[in-house]
Ligand binder design. Sequence first.
Ligand code: NAD
Ligand code: IPM
Ligand code: MN
Length: 354
Amino acid sequence: MTQRIAVIPGDGIGPEVARIGVRVLESLGLPLQFDWFDFGADRYLRDRTTLPAGFMDTLRREYAAIYFGAVGDPRVPGNEHAKGILLAMRFELDLYINLRPCILIDDRLSPLKGKGREHLKFVVFRENTEGLYTGTGGVLRQGTADEVAQEVEINTRKGVERILEAAFAYAQQRGLRRVCMADKANVLVFGHGLWRRTFAEVARRHPGIEAKAMYVDALAMDLIRQPEAYEVIVTNNLFGDILTDLGAALTGGLGIAASGNIHPGRVSLFEPVHGSAPDIASQGKANPLAMVLSGALMLEHLGHRREAQRLSGAVEEQVRSGARTPDLVPLLGGPASTTEQVGNELLARVSAAP
Ligand code: NAD
Ligand code: IPM
Ligand code: MN
């Protein structure tokens, strides 16, 4: 049966990398149908549409997955359309797991002295539906000397428990031994106290797995010092956002960092960790590999494990010995190629792969 994929390329380099990602996915010969949607800054500025009414229901009813580029545009400085597009899908489709693998695919990509592939292979489970991201809060007396601005961090027992459980289940299924939770329970005693108590309970249900809770500042330091100590990291929405840009920098940069926004068994969204990169948009410099690897995560979610491995294998080969965009030149050396050149080579590799 054909699986339908909603493609939302978005802004900036989003469309540049989405074009390559879809071409590569199409080349696999799977029964996938790609439908393109123009939601993003242009559309928002034209007619104020973020996502049209009824679109969430259409996604739930008719689509197996969403393949998303990036949103963000200097003409929308308040980023309202990102809230109405990306965050709206994360929240309303209840995509509570933001899965962000930070796995080194070539020793030369590591910025850490003496740390290679055997040291850098952790996965982050970022809570994706609550925390500081819900828009709860407001401003009082705006523009006066007495202005008050607040954002409220939402932590629910159910929301915290399900992301913790997902992290432990992932470790268990893959034979991993360690889960580390990052919080700031020494200061945020109410919300992160809830995380600590729930973590202890969920950990008791998984006795074979070493469970450690850490303060996020200490973890940020330790990820640089001894990344090999971490296999699965689970944390809240904001800390997960920050730690995964750090994780990307440890494993080759945003140009190759992939993610999945997942609700198991439901329509889920796959996107690179990076944004719309207005500084390099329209210059043929964007690295399409993060988008391609996000496609591999999508294929796994859709049950096409073999093809997912074929894609990630081709990306590894590409990084090892193929053309590269400028972001990877400081790490790998050699001349810089364009987005299109990297895409074309990758396409040839995928077709040649067994
Ligand atoms: P960014 O990720 O867009 O860019 C950060 C840096 O990484 C830039 O120097 C950029 O050139 C580089 N970079 C990013 N992706 C790259 C790629 N594929 N190849 C080569 N270099 C790449 O983050 P930013 O500059 O902080 O944000 C730009 C806009 O994107 C903002 O509007 C922001 O809100 C938005 N954003 C969106 C998403 C998303 O849609 N999921 C994620 C992050 C940021
Ligand atoms: C990400 C981005 C988003 C986030 C922004 C664009 C809302 O930084 O996906 O990492 O903060 O979640
Ligand atoms: Mn981010």
